[in-house]
Design a protein around this ligand. Structure first.
Ligand code: IPE
Ligand code: IPE
Ligand code: MG
Length: 267
């Protein structure tokens, strides 16, 4: 258990701080980030767990286990800055290609993470969500996530959205199928289908598009992550592997984001 993280949660609880109050305290603590241009939605491809472990002569799964600590750390950092939505890519629809033992280990992590953190997340007003296909997930994984989603459903603070068994092409095909079914029934005019209609059929339909995408570990690709939703997001890559990604690295990404001019095709 990470004592620093616990300490932060306890402190927020004692102070009864809101997200906004926490954000302003964070700026008082001296980071040089502007509090009026914080990305509303940050999405992260948490990559490099295996290489981090290998470099230390450890089994790959040790990287996944350590990566859990980074999830705590960055959840805390995002909340303190006033980020409203944090989406974390935890397992892709392509990750089933990995060895069975590694998959089994990864599938146990949500349960472990939530058994340690759920009570604190609840007390800190964090709302947990899952974005992905529930089929194929083991019962113990799904029930742990669903319990967290249910127990935090009424929370109004940071939305912590886990992309678990998520694949973007799959969700886009599924959205197309929904629209095709409606059209086949005569309920929808194909020529009237809008971008909003297509977006409404995606797993992210209740989230704003990410403002900032972060990928760790030096890979410069999307790996089937939020292809539709990232159309106008700012991208930030780092060579740092996920287990050693710190609050300072996160601030570096936000700082760079704050320097960017988002034009959306305009001037
Ligand atoms: C990211 O780390 C976690 C998952 C994809 C589940 P990796 O396991 O991909 O680590 P590398 O990229 O092999 O180092
Ligand atoms: C993307 O990482 C998926 C997650 C971080 C969950 P991968 O490690 O699976 O991506 P590739 O295979 O290097 O593209
Ligand atoms: Mg990887």
């Amino acid at each position: 258990m990470n004592r620093f993280f616990n300490g932060w949660f306890r402190k927020k609880q004692q102070d009864g701080m809101t997200t906004m109050a926490a954000a302003s305290e964070s700026s008082r603590e001296g980071n040089d980030l502007s509090s009026d241009n914080v990305p509303r939605h940050v999405a992260i491809i948490m990559d490099g767990n295996g290489r981090w472990a290998k470099a230390r002569g450890l089994p790959r799964v040790a990287g996944h286990h350590n990566g859990m600590k980074t999830v705590k750390r960055i959840t805390k950092a995002a909340d303190r800055l006033g980020v409203r939505y944090l989406t974390l890519y935890a397992f892709s629809t392509e990750n089933w290609k990995r060895p069975k033992a590694e998959i089994e280990f990864i599938m146990k992590l949500p349960q472990e993470f939530l058994s340690l953190e759920l009570d604190e997340l609840i007390r800190n007003n964090v709302q947990v969500r899952m974005m992905g296909v529930k089929d194929l997930l083991p019962d113990f994984t799904l029930s742990a996530v669903e319990e967290a989603v249910r127990r935090t459903a009424d929370n109004t603070g940071l939305v912590l959205n886990f992309a678990l068994n998520y694949g973007s092409r799959m969700e886009m095909v599924e959205s197309a199928r929904k629209l095709a079914r409606q059209a086949a029934k005569g309920e929808l005019d194909p020529d009237a289908i809008s971008e909003a209609d297509f977006g409404a059929g995606l797993l992210s339909s209740d989230l704003p598009d990410p403002d900032l995408l972060i990928r760790t570990s030096g890979e410069l690709r999307l790996s089937n992550f939020m292809l539709w939703q990232l159309a106008y997001s700012e991208f930030w890559f780092t060579d740092v592997h996920w287990p050693e990604f710190t609050e300072d690295h996160f601030h570096e990404a936000i700082r760079e984001y704050q320097r960017r001019a988002r034009r959306y095709g305009g001037l």
